[in-house]
Design a protein around this ligand. Structure first.
Ligand SMILES: [Fe+2]
Ligand SMILES: [Fe+2]
Length: 194
């Protein structure tokens, strides 16, 4: 176990609303279960899961302001759909305020909202754990996704991204181009005769 985990937990509990903290623990434990299944490093999975929403308690305007203050580049698509920005700012906070140096952990936090083409194993584990953790109850098709997550990470990524894009389309929300790229990537990767 990473010795800093109890300290990070305490710090997050002070900052995040109770349900968000519960969710962070849920993602952390689910990420470790997936790491066991896919023979990935448990410590990295735990840490990335715990910290993935470390910037989620800020609202969109605050995050934009903080990104500008710290000269974190903002793309037009991110300004149009700023809900995804807590991942980008979260990775910055994890590095600068929590002292995380592991690039794999920082990457998993960075990409947990949009996904991206060529996601690493930990990127996928955190993205999926965020969707299926036990406290979640609103996402569609949860029982199927939860089962699939322990069978095939790429197929699960494809299924979640497909559902997310459909939902955003129906809602008329702006889609970050990274999500489209991630979808195309996993579609190709998981299609028969690849
Ligand atoms: Fe998040
Ligand atoms: Fe989350």
């Amino acid at each position: 176990m990473n010795e800093q985990i109890p300290y990070f937990r305490q710090r997050l509990q002070e900052k995040l609303p109770p349900m968000r903290y519960e969710h962070s623990l849920g993602v952390s434990y689910t990420a470790m279960a997936l790491a066991m299944r896919y023979e990935y490093d448990l410590d990295k999975a735990e840490l990335a899961g715990l910290l993935h929403d470390c910037a989620k308690h800020y609202n969109d305007a605050e995050i934009i302001k903080k990104c500008r203050k710290h000269e974190i580049e903002l793309k037009d698509a991110e300004l149009k759909a700023p809900a995804v920005l807590h991942a980008k700012y979260g990775a910055w906070l994890a590095e600068r305020r929590y002292g995380i140096t592991d690039p794999d952990v920082l990457s998993a936090i960075r990409w947990h909202t949009t996904g991206r083409a060529g996601m690493t194993t930990l990127d996928k584990i955190i993205y999926i754990a965020d969707y299926i953790e036990p406290r979640r109850d609103k996402a569609p098709d949860l029982p199927r996704m939860r089962k699939m997550a322990f069978e095939d990470l790429d197929l699960t990524m494809y299924a979640i991204l497909e559902g997310t894009l459909l939902y955003l389309k129906k809602k008329g929300g702006t889609v970050d181009p990274m999500t489209n790229e991630a979808y195309e990537y996993f579609k190709k990767l998981t299609s028969p005769g690849r």
